[in-house]
Design a protein around this ligand. Structure first.
Ligand SMILES: O=C(O)CCC(=O)C(=O)O
Ligand SMILES: [Fe+2]
Length: 322
């Protein structure tokens, strides 16, 4: 779907200006040969697969998720849970994202919301039906060439709701968080529902996989120069970044500084995007005009016959330190 270049795309540090973004290019898994799909991931750092999952299956998980969260009062009264419409009369502070602070420090309303969003990770309509979807497992086994035996979907996944107007995840590459393993894991970002191009979807930096690798090499050089052992370096890398592990919270300034465009699109339920561990990405701020909550998850796949980051072998918990 071509994007509308006239509508501003909002990120944490303001709207992207015309010329600062372009379209994320889709690939049709039904017609493009596997070798060509592999080449695209390698050459571009991302592979945006249109309609690979059955739309109805993705929407079933979305519906179940919002039914589960509905008692928190997040949804517009009288709306259908599958639509995930935020009750815009509420204060967004009552509905923090997962991983924002400690439960004990939150007001009871926010605590209830975040607890439900965390528990959702353990529910069969998510952990099994979506995360272990047979179409995805089969595709990943063939695509990576690791085979069914060695294609391991990591248990630690991040199911994120982005309420309209709230802060989006900053600029990062995933190897930062997976650094106890080889840089060969593949992330599969799964939008759980349609996401308008202004609705808080993921954006990728053009050529970002090369820049990410460059950052990584620089961090390694610095760590070595400072006399750190390999083991120390693994955690010390984060000293070069923000404490949360992201490179910066502001995609707009980052794109300008590096003279690169952000690749943007609107997503449909059933689409997924694969990206490599050095690919630089961020999310947009949700400006959906119908107050649709953006729901998406990041799944990660590794070759279990090689060293992988075993901290990701267990389901996400708040404060698990990864
Ligand atoms: O869903 C998001 O906002 C962030 C996702 C992400 O960073 C990832 O899938 O690696
Ligand atoms: Fe990421």
């Amino acid at each position: 779907m071509a994007i509308d270049l006239d509508e501003p795309i909002y990120v944490n540090d303001g709207p992207l200006r015309p010329g600062e973004y372009a379209t994320l290019e889709p690939s049709d898994p039904a017609t493009v040969p596997m070798d060509e799909l592999r080449r695209r991931l390698k050459d571009n750092g991302y592979l945006y697969l249109k309609g690979i999952l059955p739309r109805e299956d993705v929407l079933a998980s979305r519906r179940a998720y919002f039914r589960y969260l509905e008692p928190s009062g997040v949804l517009k009264p009288g709306s259908d849970p599958v639509d995930g419409i935020f009750d815009a009369s509420k204060d967004v502070a009552e509905f923090p994202g997962i991983g924002v602070g400690r439960l004990e420090d939150m007001a009871p309303q926010a605590q209830d919301f975040v607890s439900r969003a965390l528990d959702a990770h353990t529910q069969p309509w998510y952990a099994q039906d979506l995360c272990k979807h047979p179409v995805l497992l089969d595709f990943m086994a063939r695509f990576t060439g690791w085979g069914m035996e060695h294609t391991l979907p990591l248990e630690r996944t991040l199911l994120r709701n982005n309420i309209p107007q709230t802060k989006a995840i900053g600029v990062h590459y995933d190897q930062i968080f997976l650094r106890y393993g080889e840089p060969t894991s593949v992330t599969v970002w799964v939008p759980m529902g349609d996401v308008d191009q202004r609705g808080g979807g993921l954006i990728y930096l053009e050529g970002g996989h090369l820049l990410g690798k460059h950052f990584e090499d620089e961090f390694t050089t610095k760590a070595k120069a400072n006399g750190l052992t390999d083991e120390e370096a693994k955690s010390a890398f984060n000293r070069n970044m923000l404490s949360s592990g992201v490179l910066t919270d502001g995609p707009a300034a980052f794109g300008r500084e590096h003279g690169r465009r952000w690749l943007v699109t609107g997503y449909e339920a059933g689409d997924v995007v694969l990206h490599t561990t050095y690919m630089i990405h961020a999310s947009t701020v949700n400006h959906d005009k119908n107050h649709v909550i953006r729901l998406a998850t990041d799944l990660r796949f590794v070759d279990s016959s090689r060293p992988w980051d075993e901290r990701w072998g267990e389901q996400f918990r708040l404060g698990d330190g990864v």
